[in-house]
Ligand binder design. Structure first.
Ligand code: HEM
Length: 422
């Protein structure tokens, strides 16, 4: 059994992304690592992904994502298992149907335009931070509805304090929590305030059923399954907060990488409607080369064997979209940003399987917001290509984060041209 020596850990901390790929190359499909009491088993490659996605009942999510509970609540989808997960997912799903998302396009467009309207040619901006603002605004408007979004700035800042906890390393988080340090206390106070606002809004919606909203909160308040079952107020609150935590940093990160790649490959700076295949190909290629969810975790609840190795109960299992997306046997010239590889007209085109292209994972907990995120990225990108021309400036580009890998120092660009909204 290839057990990584402690030295891998230091490499992993120093150069985490390259080191994950190197670990797979050096040690194969199953890599067990240990540092003191912390045991992780990495399963690398498409076969491993296929196995993990097809056997969701071997795993539990609650133990794998326990650290999220203070942030997203007891009943969030990502920390639910079995029948309660199935029930909640069925009730949340309608807010993310294609038809519903078509109604969100105007909001994505308006908030992207608002950012571009504020730009002046000849100046330098951090395009990642700029569109992160737009994505934050759209997310809050579409999840909470217009009444709560009127206070978007304050709500967004409070949520940010909560989301910042996700960036702490496990031991830092433990220290913050156990000792009740200021970062932890501030975040919990902010969460209590957001919770109160959300409960107030749920009560308002229940008292005014005639005021039908088109936002996700309305959909959750109205949700009822065939047995007449509904989500409780606590469940609705947890879904809304966890949807924001799961959705906003990840989507902004993908947008940052897209802009970074595009300013360095100006031949792809071709305006097109958001639903044009050329735009979809750009988004897919950015999600391949820079998948915001670098790793996906599972807690092993039933022992199993994979590639001749026994994986015991209690193992924390990790699969990696990042590593899979950089395997040359699946993706020729894997580190090159090449949106044409997604063009079915190309002789070399081969549709990737869900085990080969997995930015949103697959199986029981597949990202419920994948269409929401993809359409948002397509709309924002389409507005950017149509309305502005940007060029790169010399800067350090370095990723940070595992749940939402993003450009650490942003994406600084020069604004060459801004065109009016059509
Ligand atoms: C580019 C953007 C996004 C990426 C890369 C992403 C990635 C993922 C991944 C990999 C998972 C599966 C985790 C696992 O299997 O362990 C997941 C789950 C989830 N995502 Fe996303 N996500 C994105 C955007 C969104 C958005 C916009 C929303 C909501 C508005 C969202 C809501 C969720 C939720 C609620 C889950 C948990 C589903 C469940 O446990 O049943 N995500 N996401």
């Amino acid at each position: 059994m290839p057990t990584a020596k402690a030295v891998d850990y230091f490499d992993l901390l120093r150069r985490p992304y390259d080191e994950l790929v190197a670990m797979h190359r050096r040690r194969g499909e199953v890599v067990k690592t240990r540092l003191g009491p912390i045991h992780y088993t990495y399963l690398f490659g498409a076969d491993a992904n296929r196995f993990v996605f097809a056997n969701s009942d071997l795993f539990r999510w609650r133990e794998a994502f326990e650290f999220l509970v203070p942030i997203t609540g007891e009943t969030a989808l990502i920390t639910s298992d079995g029948a309660p997960h199935k029930r909640r997912r069925r009730l949340v799903q309608p807010a993310f149907h294609h038809r519903q998302i078509a109604g969100y396009v105007d909001t994505f467009r308006r908030n992207a335009d608002r950012v571009i309207d504020s730009w002046r040619p000849g100046t330098v901006v951090d395009a990642y931070a700029e569109f992160r603002r737009a994505i934050r605004r759209s997310t809050i408007e579409l999840l909470f509805g217009e009444r709560l979004a009127a206070d978007e700035q304050r709500l967004g800042d409070q949520l940010q304090l909560v989301l910042d906890l996700l960036d702490l390393l496990p031991f830092e988080r433990l220290l913050q929590e156990r000792l009740g340090l200021p970062k932890w206390r501030r975040a919990l106070a902010a969460k209590a305030e957001v919770d109160a606002r959300v409960f107030e809004e749920i009560a308002y919606r229940r008292a005014h059923p005639d005021e039908v909203g088109t936002d996700v909160l309305s959909s959750l308040v109205d949700a009822v399954d065939e047995d007449g079952d509904r989500l409780s107020d606590e469940e609705i609150r947890d879904q809304v907060i966890s949807l924001i935590s799961a959705g906003y940093e990840t989507t902004s990160a993908a947008m940052g990488w897209l802009i970074h790649e595009l300013v360095n490959a100006p031949k792809h700076w071709q305006p097109a409607p958001y639903d044009d295949p050329s735009i979809a190909n750009l988004v897919s290629e950015a999600l391949r080369l820079h998948p915001p969810a670098v790793l996906s975790a599972r807690y092993v609840a039933t022992e199993f064997e994979f590639a001749g190795e026994r994986i015991p109960v209690g193992t924390q299992l990790i699969i990696s979209p990042y590593v899979t997306h950089r395997l040359a046997e699946i993706w020729p010239d894997p580190t090159r940003f090449d949106p044409d590889r997604w063009d079915p007209q190309q002789a070399s085109y081969r549709k990737p399987t869900p085990a080969e292209f997995l930015p949103f994972a697959a199986g029981a907990h597949r990202c419920i917001g994948s269409t929401f995120a993809t359409v948002e990225l397509q709309v924002v990108l389409s507005r950017l290509l149509e309305r502005a021309t940007l060029s790169p400036i010399a800067q350090r580009i370095e990723p940070i984060g595992y749940g939402a890998m993003r450009p650490r120092y942003g994406v600084q660009v020069r604004i060459d041209d801004v065109r009016p909204a059509s």
